[in-house]
Design a protein around this ligand. Structure first.
Ligand code: PEP
Ligand code: MG
Length: 572
């Protein structure tokens, strides 16, 4: 039995066999082999290629008809690459002619092909480098692991270097019950999506790839970050006890479903939901969320090779609006870019610094056709129930005004064509770029509401990448500069009578609830899975008392000071 720790990224426990996915292409230095070892090395390589091919065939036949067309497309392409005589002959040649090790030959051939793909004009073909990496990575993993044959993915825990947001849903539909990654961070988009899919996830478990073998039995606790490899009987007992405890907690929380979100001193707090899927919408509705505070539309654009057209987007937005039956739905315009890279070629693949690049509203304004298609779809959905439009990554007045101009023009055109479009649709800005927070007075007259995206605001304010585990200690909302800025934004909004919510992940963290209330927040937008916990935390505090403690909170000079304040106001 071995115990490892990582960062708790998505709650829930899982018990299953490990499926190890080694990093797609491992860095292998140039390694030459003796002439006498060539035949043996070739045999290793061929065995690994055959194993990867067999794995692909099995996956294909198991998934037949069960998954959308795009997934079938990937698999066809992977199979084609594995059967490509040129690829295979070139690998043999590198081992035979240059006497490269099989690993190094894979690396060299991968780089050659990647260069060809990169040189292609067609964005779709360019994006096939990922597939190439996947295929080469599978051969590589069969070369280096005793590839114990583990059938299927159902009931398995994926152990990998990183998991992309775009593959999570696919993994879940394949039956994966949990994921552990050696890299990654708790506030990455993958982690957010995993929480939405209720997929237990532990990230940043740096030793995991060296410690776990394919087929090992593991227990994963996405709530504590603990991983147990080859559990002893006492661990299994504990696992079952934990399952029972979680079920009990859920039952207890369930009693709060129909209860108001009101503090002890009678103040009503608004809980809105962040939703990515129809399941989230159903849950938000059932738990009494006052509406959707953040509907992330970019997930419609991931996991596919073509942009969704107006009709498809319209149907998705309309169904979400209908799903909330009269409660407002805040649809955020496309926030692709940075770690939410698509396969359609919309996001530039070659930005040096994508988090500071063409993402969010910048990407929309740079692609007016794509933006207009989305805005038309949202406007049409507004005929079916209350819709608000939220613009991500705003850093200036001009951006909001540009979106507003497009909206007015498109609404007029749609009405001319006989569509029902609501009057005065509220337009809001995400406050996630420090410039927007500091310069809020400069454009607050142009917005109807605000939503603070602390996930990005923290990374940009503290210059600490939300996805980089090396700076994960620095990336924390518990920094005096973050609290002061939050207070400033909430206070400015209050003075202008502009509604403001927090929709970053801290809104759903019950440990942060008292702190956010003390800073003046009265609207939270959070994942429905965390709604009842936050409701419970709100129902246990006295708002007047908490607000009186705000000066001490804002006077804290470091993280420990803030934590002391939080612990001093924590519920028993
Ligand atoms: C945020 O940045 O806090 C946010 C809600 O947006 P996203 O996590 O989608 O970037
Ligand atoms: Mg953001």
């Amino acid at each position: 039995m071995t115990r490892l720790h990582g960062l708790a990224a998505s709650r829930g426990t899982a018990l299953g066999r490990a499926r190890v996915r080694l990093p797609h292409v491992q860095e292998t230095g140039e390694k030459r082999i003796a002439a006498s070892a060539v035949e043996q090395e070739l045999e290793r390589l061929h065995r690994a290629t055959d194993a990867a091919r067999a794995e692909m065939r099995e996956l294909r036949s198991r998934l037949q008809g069960a998954l959308p067309a795009e997934v079938g497309e990937f698999l066809d392409l992977h199979a084609m690459l594995l059967d490509d005589p040129e690829l295979l002959a070139a690998l043999d040649e590198l081992v035979r002619g240059k006497r490269y090790s099989a690993s190094h030959a894979l690396r060299v051939q991968r780089d050659r092909l990647a260069q060809v793909f990169e040189g292609m004009e067609d964005a779709y073909l360019k994006s096939r480098i990922d597939d190439l990496d996947h295929v080469i990575g599978r051969i590589h993993s069969f070369l280096h692991k005793r590839a114990t044959h583990v059938k299927g993915l159902a009931g398995e825990i994926l152990v990998c270097e990183n998991v992309a947001p775009s593959e999570l849903a696919q993994l879940q539909s394949q039956g994966v019950v949990g994921i552990v990654s050696s890299g990654g961070s708790v506030l990455s988009h993958s982690a957010i999506l995993a929480r939405s899919l209720h997929m237990p996830l532990v990230v940043g478990a740096s030793a995991v790839l060296n410690k776990v073998n394919d087929g090992d039995v593991m227990i994963l606790d996405g709530g504590s970050g603990e991983i147990v490899i080859e559990p002893a009987s006492s661990d299994l007992r504990q696992y079952r006890a934990r399952q029972r405890e979680l079920a009990r907690e859920q039952r207890e929380l369930g009693r709060l479903r129909a209860k108001p979100t009101r503090t002890l001193d009678g103040e009503e707090i608004t809980l809105l939901a962040n939703a990515e899927s129809q399941d989230d919408v159903a849950q938000a509705h059932a738990l009494g969320a006052r509406g959707l505070g953040l509907y992330r539309t970019e997930f419609l654009f991931l996991q596919r090779n073509h942009l969704p057209d107006e009709e498809e987007q319209f149907r998705a937005y309309r169904d979400t609006v209908l799903g909330m039956s009269g409660r407002p739905v805040t649809i955020r315009t496309l926030d692709l870019g940075a770690d939410k890279a698509d396969r359609t070629g919309l996001v530039m693949g070659n930005e040096e610094n994508p988090a500071l690049g063409l993402r969010g509203v910048r990407l929309s304004l740079a692609n007016p056709k794509v933006a207009d298609t989305q805005l038309r779809a949202i406007l049409r959905a507004s005929g079916y129930g209350p819709v608000r439009i939220l613009v991500p990554m705003v850093s200036s007045r001009e951006e909001i005004m540009a979106v507003r101009r497009r909206l007015s023009r498109l609404a007029a055109l749609l009405r001319n064509d006989g569509h029902e479009v609501a009057e005065n649709i509220p337009v809001g800005a995400m406050i996630e770029v420090p410039a927007a927070a500091i310069g809020l007075e400069c454009f607050i007259d142009q917005v109807d509401f605000l939503s603070i995206g602390t996930n990005d605001l923290v990374q940009y304010l503290l210059a600490a990448d939300r996805n980089n585990e090396a700076v994960s200690e620095l990336y924390s909302p518990l920094h005096p500069a973050v609290l002061r800025l939050l207070w400033q934004v909430i206070e400015t909004a209050r003075r202008h009578q502009t509604p403001v919510a927090v929709c970053g992940e801290i809104a759903g963290d019950a440990q942060m609830t008292a702190m956010l209330l003390a800073l003046g927040l009265t609207e939270f937008s959070l994942h429905p899975g965390t709604l009842l916990e936050v409701r419970r935390a709100i129902r246990e505090v006295d708002l007047t008392g908490l607000r009186a403690q705000a000066p001490q909170l804002l006077a804290a000079r470091d993280r420990r000071g803030i934590e002391r304040w939080i612990n001093g106001n924590a519920r028993d």
